[in-house]
Unconditional design. Structure first.
Length: 268
């Protein structure tokens, strides 16, 4: 009987593709300036290094269902990218748990996973392998990736000579080589040109229609309103509000405008 119950539980689809449960992420921030590596090791051996605890996220919970499109909003330093890194398993929570069900493609930092010393061609194969694809599979998708990234004339040029927009195009094209269960995007499209951003938006809409779950960090409210149906608002590492995208974004913008008006009045 017990075996039958376990089997049934494993076969049933999880209610949430992402389940962030009450996580706290802590960093140690140095309280003094250290000028060189030698000084650092001397202080380390003598146990003279002083750190101040910094909580980037505090008791954050977030539950996302398959096919939902979530925006993470907040001012700079609110913990948005830290939350994405926790979901991507780049950072391990100090407290709480993060459960992710399905394949994840992350575009968290511009150029992450791209070796600037290699050519665009070499980076396509390298990133494809890192994502678990076979050489044959990459070869079959190679022309499609190059066409989407619009890098036909720069395939054999070192990526270190690329503009930020070109790196963004290459990273997005490789990450979306196949449609992952979960796509995570953190402001990397902000550096692309208008036409390429539109192409990426169309690609993400197609992925959403096919069941991919989207999590996006952006300061572009029109982009968020177009793409997302849910939102979570962070401030100084804490959740202020989450749920319906329109309600959360409207409240967030109202608070920003109120703060601006207050600062303007204080200057008078």
């Amino acid at each position: 009987m017990a075996d039958e119950i376990i089997t049934t539980a494993q076969e049933s689809a999880p209610e949430y593709v992402i389940d962030v449960d009450n996580i706290t992420i802590r960093f140690n921030k140095a309280t003094e300036k250290i000028n060189d590596l030698k000084e650092y090791f001397v202080k380390l051996v003598k146990r003279q290094l002083m750190f101040q605890e910094f909580l980037a996220l505090q008791d954050v919970s977030l539950k996302i269902k398959k096919g939902e499109a979530w925006a993470i909003i907040g001012t700079n330093g609110s913990g948005k990218s830290t939350l994405l890194k926790a979901i991507s398993k780049i950072l391990k929570p100090y407290k709480g748990t993060v459960k992710v069900n399905g394949s994840v493609a992350s575009l968290i930092e511009l150029g992450a996973g791209i070796d600037p010393r290699l050519t665009a061609r070499e980076n396509i194969y390298l990133n494809g392998c890192l994502l678990g694809y076979s050489k044959k599979f990459i070869e079959e998708r190679f022309d499609e990736i190059v066409e989407f990234a619009e890098l036909e004339d720069f395939l054999d040029s070192p990526v270190k000579n690329f503009s930020s927009g070109m790196k963004s195009r290459l990273g997005f094209a490789v990450a979306t080589m196949v449609e992952p269960d979960i796509l995570i995007v953190d402001e990397v499209l902000a550096v692309g040109d208008v036409l390429f951003r539109k192409k990426c938006m169309a690609k993400m809409r197609q992925m959403l229609n096919n069941g991919t779950t989207l999590i996006i960090v952006s300061h572009n409210m029109s982009q968020i309103r177009e793409m997302c149906n849910k939102a979570i608002w962070l401030n100084k590492g804490k959740v202020v509000m989450q749920g319906d995208m329109t309600k959360v974004c409207d409240e967030y913008l109202a608070t920003i405008e109120e703060k601006k008006a207050s600062e303007k009045n204080n200057k008078k």
